[in-house]
Design a protein around this ligand. Structure first.
Ligand code: IVH
Length: 678
């Protein structure tokens, strides 16, 4: 073989390897070569192409970000219009939809008894159309008005989840696929964190961020954003025999190397659709992408044809919307809430608004930096967002609707609860009440509530109302007094009967037997969250050792930096805290002594194994589980691959569970994990 032939062959091999690695990583979410190896192959190919420019192909993996910025977007006319979907908002609407289909199909004498639907998440991103000629990506366009969109080929090429060449042998001469480009929630969070750090304006939501990222004239900018895509339909296709159903088309798209949403399902009838809607609505907050509803499509392509279109939407599909997570309302006033560590959080009192499925009348503004960055004022019209169990927040101001008279929000000089001075430490975003839990009732209430919370001492029945009453009546003025409460005091409280008083006393008694980690976490030392508490407990094994540890000994612990260490030192140096801890132990708070310090780091079942955690864990937080696995010598990664040894599936586990099942990865329940850990 001559040298040029050798180079050509090597370039081809490298391109194949890189395309394959891209597909594994970005489409299958299952990387099979390490990043450094990818980089090595990439640089080798780039060097070869530089040395032999005739080897450079437009669709080489080195050319994804190759294009120069464009001057303006060109118009693209869609060969088949990109339509929209009709909406359903209720169960009744979905039954009506099915009824309409059956009636219409009856007229054509093709009505089946039960209609099969392809049910899919309705992704909240941007519709794109991508065309391939003889298997090569040639054009990508936005939806635009449905007939004409904008040419965004230069940007779409930078998405590694989009194949530049179709995979497999069965390539049609012409193929147009459609799908939704979106920003995964985690990518959105990281991107906004970076923007905020650089003092730049953050994006309001993943959809806006995705739109902004796609409408870049310079593909280098788009390439920096972690955009990805799920394909959900075909546009035009020629020279290829269509299968019978939409779901089979989706399977073929997967074979060609496209990403297709793993949460898509085939269901029977309106009832099947509604079950899908319910189950996805429940999982909405755990999904790695944002959705604003689900889409039901008649699965049979033959029936789709018979049904056709009405105005701009297909008769055979409908979007069943979820409650909106963002709404517009007015800020009536601002109050400051005092937290456990004295932090004053500005909270907006809102004109009540229905959002995310509930009526919201308060929303957090987080801190004064946020208030200033967003320029929020009393009287403003704002966008409020509520996602799942997360506290509703003010996203942004609708400046076009700002009234003439607004009031600026200013930080208080005195704590609204105890009148102690408020202080803002240099370099910190929060202002704090300087009273401390000994003086400030708000801080003490929060500390007491935290002490009894599920992940700390886990005292059943010690909710915020009971805490308020106990503190307001001065029955509890320090944490240890919780263990001195008497039945008579409790029944004197409003809405507390003999029975619930007995129950509360029983759970207080039960909570005395705990673990060192829970106790430490419950003390509420600043910066000592659940996972740090677990690490400290694991490392030192004994409370005395932690109380007496030096700064050096503390920072020797994984994840304990100088700030955390100084908080711990500071806490235990105060005589009131030393007395409190001693009192608590004297009152009977106890935990099992460690077997052998460090014994947990030799856990045979876990050591050297790779774990992925998914779904909601009930007994412990994911962070806690992660810390424990790591402490036992295991590894925790974010995505399931063939290298995963165990997938720990909590409640409502989703696509990772499906993937683990597909790959034959061992699946553990949370209880089984706890068994391994013990
Ligand atoms: S199918 C002819 N499937 O919703 C119907 N659309 O209102 C073609 N969308 O512009 C659309 N997820 O951007 C379809 N799984 C899904 C979707 C989906 C999101 C968007 C799409 C479209 C809009 C229709």
């Amino acid at each position: 073989m001559t040298a040029p032939q050798k180079a050509r062959q090597r370039a081809e091999t490298l391109r194949e390897q890189l395309d394959r690695a891209n597909h594994q990583y970005h489409v299958l979410d299952d990387p099979d070569i390490p990043d450094v190896e990818y980089d090595r192959l990439f640089h080798e190919l780039r060097k070869l192409e530089e040395d032999h420019p005739d080897l450079l192909l437009a669709n080489s993996p080195t050319q994804r970000v190759g294009a120069s910025p464009i001057g303006k977007f060109q118009q693209v006319t869609h060969r088949v219009p990109m339509r929209s979907l009709g909406n359903a908002f209720s169960e009744e609407d979905v039954h009506d939809f099915e009824h309409r289909l059956i009636e219409r199909l009856k007229k054509d004498h093709v009505a089946p008894d039960d209609i099969e639907f392809a049910a899919e998440p309705k992704l909240d991103g941007l519709a794109v159309s991508i065309s391939y000629e003889n298997g090569r990506l040639v054009r990508a366009a936005t939806r635009g008005d449905g007939s004409t969109g904008e040419d965004i080929t230069h940007n779409i090429r930078t998405l590694k989840s989009v194949p530049l060449e179709l995979r497999g042998n069965d390539k049609p001469p012409f193929l147009e696929v459609r799908g939704e480009v979106y920003l995964p929630i985690e990518g959105f969070r990281i991107m906004n964190e970076r923007l905020a750090k650089d003092g730049l304006k953050e994006f309001k939501n993943p959809r806006n961020a995705a739109a902004g990222s796609l409408r870049q004239l310079d593909p280098k900018e788009t390439a920096k954003r972690p955009l990805t895509v799920y394909m959900y339909s075909l546009g035009e296709i020629s020279g290829w025999q269509l299968p019978d159903t939409h779901s089979e088309v989706m399977d073929q798209l997967t074979n060609w190397g496209f990403r297709v949403c793993p949460d898509n399902r085939v269901v029977q009838g309106a009832e099947g659709c509604l079950e899908f809607h319910q189950s996805l609505l429940k999982r909405r907050d755990q999904l790695p992408y944002e959705i604003d509803g689900v889409v039901y499509k008649v699965n049979s392509l033959g029936l789709q044809d018979s049904l056709g279109f009405v105005s701009r939407a297909p008769r055979w599909a409908v979007a069943h919307k979820f409650p909106a997570q963002e709404e517009i309302t007015k800020i009536l006033d601002i109050e400051f809430q005092v937290g456990r560590t004295g932090a004053l959080t500005p909270v907006a009192r809102l004109d009540p608004v229905f959002v995310g499925g509930v009526t919201v009348s308060n929303a957090t503004l987080h801190n004064m930096d946020e208030v200033e960055r967003k320029d929020v004022r009393i009287g403003d019209t704002v966008i409020v967002r509520r996602a799942g169990d997360v506290i509703p927040e003010v996203v942004s101001v609708v400046t076009s609707q700002r009234p003439k008279k607004t009031r600026k929000i200013v930080m208080l000089e005195q704590c609204p609860e105890c009148a102690s001075p408020v202080e803002r430490v240099e370099g910190e975003a929060v202002s704090r009440c300087t009273g401390g839990p000994e003086i400030c009732p708000a801080q003490f209430k929060q500390s007491l509530w935290h002490f009894g919370s599920r992940r700390a001492l886990d005292i059943d029945g010690l909710g915020d109302k009971v805490v308020d009453a106990l503190v307001d009546h001065k029955f509890v003025t320090a944490l240890d007094q919780l263990f001195m409460l008497e039945q008579g005091q409790l029944v004197s409280l409003e809405r507390m009967g003999e029975k619930s008083a007995r129950k509360l006393l029983d759970s207080i008694e039960k909570s005395k037997t705990t673990t060192l980690a829970r106790f430490l976490y419950g003390l509420g030392i600043r910066e000592v969250g659940e996972s740090t508490a677990a690490t400290l407990a694991d490392h030192f094994g004994d409370l005395g050792a932690i109380e007496n540890a030096t700064e050096q000994e503390l920072t020797d612990v994984t994840d304990v930096g100088p700030i955390v260490a100084s908080r711990i030192l500071d806490y235990f140096s105060q005589s009131s805290h030393q007395t409190l801890v001693k009192e608590l132990l004297d009152l009977g708070v106890n935990w099992p002594a460690p077997a052998v310090v460090g014994a947990s780091s030799q856990n045979e079942a876990i050591s050297g194994k790779t774990f992925v955690l998914t779904g909601t864990l009930v007994e412990m937080k994911r962070d806690e589980a992660k810390t424990k696995i790591i402490a036992a010598g295991g590894k925790v990664t974010g995505s399931v691959s063939r290298n995963t040894d165990f997938l720990v599936a909590g409640e409502n586990a989703g696509s990772k569970l499906a993937k683990a099942e597909q790959l034959g990865v061992n699946i553990l329940s949370e209880t089984e994990l706890l068994g391994l850990l013990s």
